[in-house]
Design a protein around this ligand. Structure first.
Ligand code: ASP
Length: 357
């Protein structure tokens, strides 16, 4: 009799949610996290999220986007295939997009309210958790390369403005005249937004938090990012942007904020984000997705959907993410109309997508 009571008590303790044994039980989604023994290569890029509906792009413009995304995707993927690191692949692909005037990064950066181009970027190494970020640049042709130099050649994580550009000089990183970043279409966008702002200033503003944010409608897109998994199982992520049209007073978005726009950790996942930065910063989007994998053992897609479609949506932000987990599983999640994106699928083929459907 005493023995069976003892047995009952023991079983009850073991099954109790507070028991160390109970906590060792696998959480419900752990199974879905398993992947190949040796991680396969993984590569995914984005060219920004925003109001991109079918019909909003001419066939010619759509082809130009698709071609450029394909070129950047294949360049990064070939680097991985040839044995280069995930950091190399991320930098290679982002540089290609930074050099293209269609994307809001590098050459095609949008204008600030003062009619300047102010560039931000970041990169993170999932193996060491080393990270580099730069913000408020006016002369650096490829901010992603400077971000990587901050990570690899300095004891710091983030550098801004003139100081960052001084550091660029010491690293022989290419600097260009500010005029290099001037493009007609981005200039026209600024004029349009300034005009809208003028018209809005005559109408009453909504109350509360949205009062400030409503002055910054997120309707521009083109930030670029890349996420890679190399043959050694190392994840990396990077993001580069000109920010948001009409940004004011040295505004910095999520792209150069480690944990918001970019995050990578070999234990969980790597993520690059794009969208209305003020919201992504407040949620810590990229890190939050990896944290859900770490703490709740959710799949990367489920984690991304929770953060984008529940948390970000609830707060009123829009945009999206691309990500890879440590097994090479891909995640794409966005609550905007579209997101330029391209990835190498499980069979090794390139896939380029723009719209929601
Ligand atoms: N996230 C960027 C920013 O807020 C903008 C974008 O992704 O389009 O600066």
């Amino acid at each position: 009799m005493t023995t069976s009571i003892l047995r009952f008590v023991l079983v009850a303790i073991l099954l109790s949610p507070f028991s160390a044994f109970a906590q060792k039980l696998p959480p419900p989604e752990t199974k879905q996290l398993q992947g190949p023994q040796n991680p396969r290569l993984g590569f995914i890029i984005h060219g920004g999220a925003g109001v991109i509906t079918r019909g909003s792009l001419t066939a010619e413009r759509e082809k130009q986007y698709r071609d450029k995304l394909t070129a950047a995707l294949l360049a990064g993927y070939k680097a991985l295939q040839s044995g280069k690191s995930s950091l190399d692949a991320v930098e290679i692909a982002i540089r290609i997009l930074e050099d293209d005037p269609f994307f809001n990064a590098g050459k095609g950066a949008v204008f600030t309210a003062d009619g300047k181009n102010e560039l931000d970027a970041s990169i993170m190494d999932g193996k060491t958790l080393a990270a580099g970020a730069v913000a408020g640049l006016h002369h650096v042709k490829n901010p992603i390369t400077l971000a990587r130099a901050v990570m690899e050649k300095s004891p710091h994580v983030m550098m801004i403005g003139d100081g960052a550009e001084q550091f660029a000089k010491t690293q022989n990183i290419e600097l260009v005249d500010e005029k290099y970043f001037w493009t007609q279409s981005r200039w026209d966008s600024l004029q349009k937004v300034l005009q809208q702002e003028k018209e809005k200033s005559t109408t009453p503003k909504p109350k509360g938090l949205s009062e400030n944010l409503s002055e910054l409608p997120y309707n521009k897109f083109g930030t670029v990012g890349a996420v890679a998994l190399d043959k050694n199982g190392n994840l990396a992520a990077g993001t580069s942007t000109g920010g948001m049209t009409n940004k004011k007073f040295g505004r910095v978005g999520d792209a150069p904020i480690i944990g918001a726009g970019t995050y990578a950790n070999n234990e969980t996942c790597a993520v690059s984000a794009t969208g209305w930065g003020e919201f992504f910063i407040r949620i810590g989007v990229a890190r939050d997705i990896c944290a859900l994998i770490e703490y709740r053992a959710l799949t990367i897609q489920r984690s991304a959907d929770i953060v984008i479609h529940q948390k970000l949506q609830k707060l009123g932000g829009d945009g999206g993410i691309i990500g890879l987990d440590k097994f090479g599983n891909i995640a794409i999640s966005f609550n905007s109309e579209g997101m330029y994106r391209a990835y190498i699928d499980a069979s090794g083929k390139p896939v380029v997508q723009i719209y929601k459907d």
